[in-house]
Write a new protein. Sequence first.
Lengths: 167, 616
Amino acid sequence: MRASIIVLGTTVILAAATAPRVVRQGPSPNAGATDSMRFVAHPDNIPPGFPSTDRPLALKNPYEGNAQALKTGAQLYVAYNCIDCHGADGSGAMGPSLADSRWHFGGTAAEVFESIYQGRPDGMPTWGGRITNDQIWMLVTYVRSLSAGKDVATENFAGATVERTGH
Amino acid sequence: MTRRLTIARFLIVAAVAACTPSSQTTARTDSTGTAKSTGAATSVAGTRIAAPRTTPAGEWQMPGGDYSSSRFSDLSQITAANAVNLRASWTFSTGVLRGHEGQPLVVNNTMYVVTPYPNVSYAIDLTQAGQPLKWKFRPENSQAATGQACCDVVNRGAAYADGKIFYNLLDGHTVAVDASTGKQLWRTKVADLTRGETMTMAPIVVKGKVLVGSSGGEMGVRGWLAAIDASTGKEVWRGYNTGSDRDMKVGPRFKAFYAQDNGKDLGLTSWPGDTWKQGGGAVWGWLSYDPELNLVYYGTSNPGPWNEGVRKGDNKWSCAIMARDADTGELRWAFQVTPHDMWDYDTVNENILVDLPLGGTTRKTLVHFDRNGFGYTIDRATGEVLVAQPFVQMNWSTGVDLKTGRPNVVPEKMTAEGKNVKDICPSLEGGKNQQPAAFSPRTGLFYVPTNNLCMDFEVRPVSYIPGTPYIGANAPEKKGPGGHGGEFIAWDATTGKKVWGIEEPFPVWGGALATAGGVVFYGTLDGWFKAVDASSGKELWKFKVGSGVVGNPISYLGPDGKQYIAVYSGIGGDMGLLIAGDVAANLPYDVRERGSTLPDLGRWTSWGGMLFVFSL
């Protein structure tokens, strides 16, 4: 406990130079409170919707740049029926496109892992515990490979189109 | 864009002759402004809507207007002569940007609107200028359902009975709402979202029972039709579409017309192993009811998965028309339209109940325009196929054998694992999809919105994982021969012939409305709402609405005694979401590439959610 308080204090000092601080309200932290009730001073304003940067180190794709994992991920994408929601090559179908460089829940490897592992409230199933973390990382590797350079912010109705399956 | 009017020349004389009314029928308005039903207006000899409305002609109380699903209105103020003067009267934004299939209801000078997910409903006061709301109801509705719905988060409408509005929620509940207060009276879970069952269909209410079914033919569900007590919300009976005779409510009163369709436990024995348990046969389309025969009619969806190799056999009773006793749910007859479907040709399209002159007598028929491209005229008491002719361009079958009711399949168009079959017509969207046709007893004709699409079909392995799609095929689509995406046609169900057609650049995904004024209405994906002459197909008037039309027009009499036409505008459904590949502009995280099937549709429309109301 002592060590963590020291670390927190250091962060506050470093952040103070670049960002506004949270205005402390109510009683002073630690004053008479149990540990679980302790007010934790936050070094920065809490920005809405921005991904946290302090993910555990474990959320690092072990297969980044691994061609074999990419290939297996593509097979898993079919085997686990991802293809029928997100479309062939991630072109989008029932679920959002995975090929447009736009991400509802973040597009870093860690964020895509979390989306697959935890599921999402609008219908993305929870795969964590149902398939291995290794397989999820291979899916992450494949899914993240689909979108490079395919952001179609502008449609001019004269360009190429993709094949898409209806239901 | 070019639109050509195609008229079969040899038929035009017959059509015009048939359209000459033998007795003028108009809806009258009494002193209080309430329209009186004129009953069954029979203008073509031997032609009659099976169960004409018993409710006022100026109202629209159930999805298809009447139990026969005729979508015919007795109102006749708007005529072929004056339709050119139609104008927008008022509009209403539903606040939802998804596919607006279905139609509003009008009861007691109140309009009831149900939106796509989250399935908000509105009661709109038609008696006051500005059409203020009487109430707005926002049901509890699980967000997870939006990821389980195959083909957009649509809702095909509500039904009214006994002071209550009944409709289905995407997450598998049926609700009853007090029509005057908007208070939820009951909410019953009937579908299992965790198995991929969502609900998009419009119920009908028969003798105090609300009849409902689920979607999920692409999710490996096991289809059923259920009856819920309208006053208590308790389930009364449920008949499955696959499985044992007991589960299917097949008993001694069951008699299919064709020999091969009779036998013990066909819902089990026509499937390998336990595949019937996730074999589809969902009920996501339209229901009809014949009070005389006391039969409720519906169609079942495709079998699951699309990969036919894992489910060798007829796969009964997927892709079938079903007739059940409305009181007990007993299956009385069934007819499998496409045995062992391998093209995703669901049979959920509406069954229109009409008496027609056939072979010198008047037959009690059911007319059904199937995804497989055949227009069927069937004896609705027995299930005998009387007429089956293609109503769109097709190449997968050479015709229906009337001795067995089965289609003759072209071997080259049979799909299988390891094959990529090219150029199958119609595509999996069907010659017609959910967009309902209309019937006019004044012309004796059916007005049918159709698709002109073909597909390649490549089968791949598939695994069943509950709550995920169960498909196993890629089937990219393209416009069919001629280059038009669809056609709005007039059809003679006694001969199985097209009388006239209006080619449209895109599939006609909105439904039809026929009126006693001789005017037929429909909307298009590119956002035109049109009035055409019921006899000739001549375009009388059109209006560009805010978003593509996938909904179904209705007609009602306002408190001012005027005839109004109402329709949803709001592109979506399978066609808008999946095929066009467009997404709502307020989704910054989804900017997918356009689909190749209708690459230019996005030029003409964008997502929306508006009710448009027109009058003279």
